[in-house]
Design a binder for this molecule. Structure first.
Ligand SMILES: Nc1ncnc2c1ncn2[C@@H]1O[C@H](COP(=O)(O)OP(=O)(O)O)[C@@H](O)[C@H]1O
Ligand SMILES: [Mg+2]
Length: 449
């Protein structure tokens, strides 16, 4: 985390200063570091890189002797020093374009206290923090104590994204500006409840822990799910003005592919239960195909009609429309590859492409295609801007097999149909081919699936 590219360019080349504690409690809540008036002059920007890791705004204070730097308890802990130790301090020169577009902050109490139960209004809190810490540098991982309506809290910077920086670049630091967008998160057991945070309400979905896939009857796919959400949904939580500042282009399409029977269709049916917004539209390739001329194209057009209407009427404010296309290979085979001479496939592929990648492309659509036969798909469909994120849904590993077995034997177990000597753990270690022998051995029906 230590100043990866915003290096110290101070003339002093990182002087060593003696650490003391902050002169008083009030100053401990400013997130500033304090030095003597004479020392302050050595920092032309008023910014110091401390312990090669954290950037603090410096202020002068008469109670701090020259050669010393006053840090609050949290700053000292993060710099891994105690009062009396020495620490390297150098002048920090901010690069150009150093304004933060977005900060996500984890909230906690400064002191753990039982039975706390506070509702924090995200809008009011964001306003106050922007004002209080205006033009201070925030670094990901940094912990900052603050006071809010008489209670002391600490926030930890989770993400710090600069304007013009895509979400995929490494997290780093920047200036908190008057229009930095702040998203708050609080652990469910923290006792803190964040209210009035409509725009980011769905960010909960992206936390790995939060998906209860087992409850949805999906086993062994949590890594894949996390990948899907990180790559396809994460950018959608941010409000439009933040998205345009970050320069994010939403992913419009993803492709889930892999061998048959690995749970793709199952995921298609369950994904809606994880989304906060509208229910996804789910169709499957063969069902959309029609033997009547032009009918298939119309079916495809109809799929997008709601999204089109909403984009027209609500523009940037439109909700996300998720369209799941199971067995997409049935209608999106390589153009020219079919011999029926009707060119139906060609025009369907074109139709899909105009909706997600054309001049009048929809920005409020996420198309999720699923297939067992990625090799059959029209290449054009898989390029960037189209079904660009490809996620392989493969055969489950041992842990996945165990989860799947548990899911499918749960009911039997509840109703005592599962003999107690069946060891799912052990079954999970077996691979293909060994199933039959075990089935006879343990007298279980050969495939519950
Ligand atoms: N990961 C999984 N977790 C739980 N059940 C699964 C899983 N994968 C497959 N199954 C079971 O197998 C059935 C067939 O899977 P399906 O989703 O149709 O596979 P695909 O669409 O990938 O060919 C599912 O309905 C489910 O009962
Ligand atoms: Mg399927």
């Amino acid at each position: 985390m230590a100043g990866r590219y915003h290096q110290d360019q101070g003339g002093d080349g990182g002087a060593s200063m003696e650490v003391v504690s902050t002169p008083n409690q009030e100053l401990a809540l400013t997130n500033c570091a304090y030095v003597s008036p004479a020392d302050l002059r050595r920092f032309p920007n008023g910014l110091a890189l401390v312990a090669d890791a954290w950037v603090f705004t410096l202020r002068d204070h008469n109670a701090v002797a020259s050669g010393r730097i006053a840090l609050n308890a949290i700053q000292r802990r993060q710099a891994k020093v105690s009062a009396g130790d020495s620490v390297t301090v150098s002048s920090f020169v901010p690069p150009d374009d150093f304004k933060l577009a977005l900060l996500t902050l984890d909230l906690d109490y400064a002191k753990a206290r039982a039975n706390r139960n506070d509702e924090l209004d995200a809008v009011v809190l964001a306003q106050q923090l922007r004002k209080r810490f205006l033009n201070q540098v925030m670094t990901s991982g940094q912990r900052v104590p603050f006071e809010f309506y008489g209670t002391n809290y600490v926030f930890t910077v989770n993400q710090a994204l600069l304007e013009g920086q895509e979400s995929s670049t490494p997290l780093d630091r920047g200036f908190l500006s008057s229009d930095t967008y702040i998203i708050f998160e609080a652990a469910p057991n923290s006792g803190i409840k964040v209210i009035n945070q409509k725009e980011a309400a769905s960010s909960k979905l992206f936390k790995h822990k939060e998906f209860n896939l087992e409850k949805l009857g999906i086993g062994g796919l949590s890594a894949e799910f996390t990948d899907i959400f990180r790559r396809a949904f994460a950018s959608r939580v941010f409000p439009p003005h933040v998205v345009s500042k970050l320069g994010i282009k939403h992913v419009k399409g993803i492709l889930l592919y892999g061998p048959p029977g690995t749970g793709k269709t199952l995921m298609a049916r369950q994904i809606g239960k994880l989304l906060n917004g509208k229910d996804p539209k789910i169709v499957n390739g063969p069902e959309v195909l029609s033997k009547f001329v032009g009918e298939t194209e119309k079916n495809v057009r109809d799929l997008f009609a709601d999204a089109e209407n909403e984009q027209r009427t609500r523009g940037d404010q439109s909700d996300l429309h998720v369209i799941i296309f199971d067995e997409i290979d049935a209608i999106c085979k390589s153009r020219g590859s079919t011999r029926d001479g009707t060119g139906v496939h060609d025009s369907i592929v074109n139709q899909l492409l105009t909706k997600i990648d054309g001049v009048e492309a929809l920005n409020n659509v996420l198309l999720i295609g699923m297939t067992n036969r990625k090799d059959l798909l029209d290449e054009a469909l898989l390029r960037p801007g189209r079904l660009e994120v490809h996620i392989e849904i493969n055969l489950p590993d041992e842990n996945g097999r165990l989860q799947i077995l548990q899911i499918h034997t749960n009911k039997m177990k509840e109703n005592s149909f599962l003999s107690p000597d069946i060891n799912l753990q052990e079954l999970g270690t077996l691979r293909q081919g060994s199933r039959e022998s075990l089935a006879t051995q343990n007298q279980i029906p050969s495939s519950p699936m």
